[in-house]
Ligand binder design. Structure first.
Ligand SMILES: [Zn+2]
Length: 113
């Protein structure tokens, strides 16, 4: 759970400081919205309570990856317009250019059919 008003801190189950370039740990962020598709597909586990697309501030240790970055600390910077109520809760603005994660659903459905 990403608590409003508190940065998310990465923790690696292997015990080292996250992110480590040789590990997969850290808080993931993608450069382009389409890069988020891989994090939506097949992620309907029971523990998933909601999804929101947005921009995120990353700091601390940041490792560049193929589609974006992995970081040690993060907090939402802005969220999709459909998540205005959540944006208020987190104290961040909505950004009209961020697509809603629901806009990925038709493509997700066609890629799993
Ligand atoms: Zn690790």
């Amino acid at each position: 759970m990403w608590e409003p008003g508190r940065p998310l801190a990465a923790v690696c189950p292997h015990g080292h400081t996250a992110p480590d370039p040789a590990c997969a740990c850290g808080i993931y962020a993608v450069r382009e919205p389409d890069g988020a598709r891989r994090y939506l597909l097949g992620r309907d586990d029971l523990h998933v309570v909601g999804r929101v697309l947005g921009q995120v501030a990353l700091w601390g240790k940041v490792v560049e990856a193929q589609l974006g970055w992995r970081a040690s600390r993060a907090y939402p910077a802005s969220l999709e317009p459909a998540a205005a109520e959540i944006a208020r809760l987190y104290g961040v603005p909505v950004c009209p250019t961020i697509p809603t994660w629901r806009s990925f659903e038709p493509r997700l459905a066609s890629s799993t059919a």
